[in-house]
Design a protein around this ligand. Structure first.
Ligand code: ATR
Length: 272
């Protein structure tokens, strides 16, 4: 029987994951299906049990179920443990093992855009679920300094403290110095509502500054537009991160790492 996979979320109709995994499976010749399933907000555990009974081999999990998925797993990887969230489920005989490929996806995409991350000064805006999954992978990639700024400063401070690393600090937006960073990452949910955290022009002043929005949209996001207005030379949305986290999940399930560079170019053309 063809192996079955799915992405679970609510809402989910916008998801690009089925298309990405279809392209991966064609590229690597894997016999599998991958569908998007909209799960009722109060029905995540029930759906997981049902999909296990149906024989599903693996799942991606997206908003708002990543924390519930974490709690539902029999065991989780170290990176999922550190993120406190799970975006990839791998079938066991009796349930699911959890992993989190978001951080690896972000790091892979940043490396594609700017090369080696060692020594880079990074400012991350936001301290919610999206931000928490990427702190450890950024530190593992040897960024020189990671400042986490958040509307609720205590959450940024807590996230920084959890990282237990000298090069990380967390604070409110007002106390972030108006100085250049190599990479500014928008990990807030603000752009979902077309909103922005309070940005400072000086953050984007370096000629090589990359302004990266974890969100994906057809048009440049409000964050990308604002950063450009402040002089950022390079901006990117989260489509590359989406493709890279999917490639890492695909590898966990199938043991094959798909090619992503050409695929991303193709996808941008198709979606644009
Ligand atoms: P996600 O899983 O998308 O990260 P989340 O865990 O609810 O969602 O976190 C949302 C993040 O976006 C938080 O950092 C939130 O700031 P607070 O912790 O202060 O709530 C941030 N956020 C959401 N709307 C925002 C806005 N309009 N301006 C600035 N930050 C915003």
């Amino acid at each position: 029987m063809t192996d079955q996979y799915a992405v679970l979320g609510n809402p989910i109709s916008h998801s690009k994951s089925p298309l990405i995994h279809k392209l991966f499976s064609e590229q690597t010749g894997q016999d599998m299906t991958y569908t998007a399933i909209c799960v009722p907000l109060d029905g995540f555990l029930l759906s997981l049990a049902d999909l296990h009974a149906q024989g599903f081999k693996g799942m991606n999990v997206t908003v708002p179920f990543k924390f519930e998925a974490f709690a539902a797993c029999e065991q989780v990887s170290e990176r999922a443990q550190l993120a406190g969230a799970v975006n990839t489920l791998i079938r066991t005989d009796t349930g699911w093992t959890g992993d989190n490929t978001d951080g690896a996806g972000l790091v892979a995409d940043l490396i594609r855009l700017v090369g080696d991350l060692a020594g880079k000064r990074v400012l991350m805006l936001g301290a919610g679920g999206a931000a928490s999954g990427v702190v450890k992978p950024l530190l593992d990639a040897k960024v020189d300094q990671l400042t986490i700024a958040n509307r609720t400063p205590e959450k940024a401070a807590e996230l920084a403290q959890r990282a237990q690393h000298l090069r990380v600090n967390g604070c409110g937006y007002d106390v972030v110095p108006n100085q250049p960073y190599d990479i500014v990452i928008n990990a807030t949910a603000a752009s979902l509502a077309g909103d922005l955290p309070p940005l400072k022009a000086g953050w984007f002043a370096d000629s090589h500054c990359l302004a990266y929005d974890m969100m994906y949209s057809k048009e440049p996001t409000v964050f990308m537009q604002a950063a450009q207005g402040f002089g950022a030379q390079q901006t990117a949305d989260g489509l590359g991160m989406l493709v890279e986290q999917a490639a890492e999940a695909f590898y966990l399930w199938r043991g094959i790492k798909p090619e992503t560079t050409e695929l991303l170019i193709h996808l941008k053309k198709t979606l644009g």
